[in-house]
Ligand binder design. Sequence first.
Ligand code: UD1
Ligand code: CA
Length: 480
Amino acid sequence: MPKTRKSPKVSTETRPKFAIAIMAAGKGMRLKSRHPKVLHQVGGKPMLAYVVAAASRVVPVADVYAIIGYEADRVRDAVSGMGINFVLQEPQRGTGHALMVARDALAGYDHVIVLSGDVPLLWWQTIEQLRDFHLAEKAAMTILTAEVADPQHYGRILRRRAAGPEVQAIVEEGKATAAERELREINSGIYVFAVKPLYRYIDRLGTDNKHKEYYLTDMAALLVKAGERVVASMAADPHAVLGSNTRAELAALDARLRAWKCADLMQQGVTIYYPHTCVIDMEVEVGADTVIEPYVQLLGRTRVGADCRLQSYSVLSDCELGDGVWIKPGCVLETSRIRSRAQLGPYTHLRPGCDIGEEVHMGNFVEAKKSKLGRGSKANHLSYLGDSVIGQNVNVGAGTITCNYDGQRKHQTVIEDGAFIGSDATLVAPLRIGKNAYVAAGSSITEDVPDEALGIARSRQANKEGWVKQRAEAAKKESS
Ligand code: UD1
Ligand code: CA
């Protein structure tokens, strides 16, 4: 019998349309800062960037709206590259007001997930779970809650019954009774609303509170009163919903993120001694078998290869390291590339734009800027190399200085393969030192040195025989 093919089931249910609104308009009074709260950094990135990234995993970026107000331009600029929309809240009259302002933007959606720009550790999976819970419960408002040891400053959740998801109200700390303050289930400031009931009742919010603001938290009691269903879901990990209203809270979030980052790197085969002393930004990548000693900072988009050794007190920002690189203590390296098996430090300073070749050695107190060193070249002591192109197997003697600046413009120094620059040479750019050429120690070189030549530019030494004795005798005569 021939198999009959069943026609695929067509779902009559259309998928509800979700938007995500991120509240990011507040000033953040308790940080005592000139800068908007959501731009304060944890793990090396503004808090808002984490929230936007999580939101963009749950809905298309075109459906993400950041509500901005205080220093709106700066906040917009900080995340504009991520492709989201912005709604301006001016003036900022509370979290309830933030959603009032977003009414038109959200009109075309069935549900809106509301996130706080100052709750950066929230996992996107938690947002999805909350969304699914909201749909399953057919709720008008779903609140993400957490049970915390110290609920101070958070809104508290009043459940209708001890067991069961239904919520009676959210009470803000300022209005809570002594008994309510004992409640340890807190409002995370993260919600899902059905758009229709939200905007049917939002205008009923009042400002009868300490700050004379419209509190979004009051929507819970309002909706309940109107006969709508309000439920709560408790986050499995209370740390994921921690806010950052004070510098101390900010530091706690930062420490948590960085501890997590170190754990993740160790999981990938990186050795980190005293990980709690290392400052490693979230985007940093490190290869297996690399050893990171105490008090190392790896910042920005730094990428470190395998089998490297990064010694104490070195700070690397936006650097790319090959494999087997050895960074000795106290190096400061910015926006540069360091190729495999190079050795830098102690106390090497690379300013932006350096390209350090394989097996290069750069030592104590060598500073370089926009300079390229070819494979196997050495600059081991006390030098400044600026705007220079240095070939392979060049030896740059101690104290060598490229004079790249004439007071008005910068000039380039080219040193060809195999050249030997004696100690304490000043190389006045623009200049070319030829292949295998020598520069005599102590020279001030102002003209090109041809291949295989010796450049020497210093006055001849004269020895005055018997000079010490003659002087002593002259002094004796004078005094007698
Ligand atoms: C809020 C909740 C509180 C909850 C806590 C969780 C209210 C009234 N209270 O308190 O129940 O426990 O979050 O972290 O909502 N914002 C705007 N526009 C405004 C005011 C604030 O966009 O006019 C933004 C802020 O930038 C911030 C977020 O909303 O990202 C939360 O505001 P915040 O002032 O930090 O509220 P909390 O006092 O923490
Ligand atoms: Ca907050």
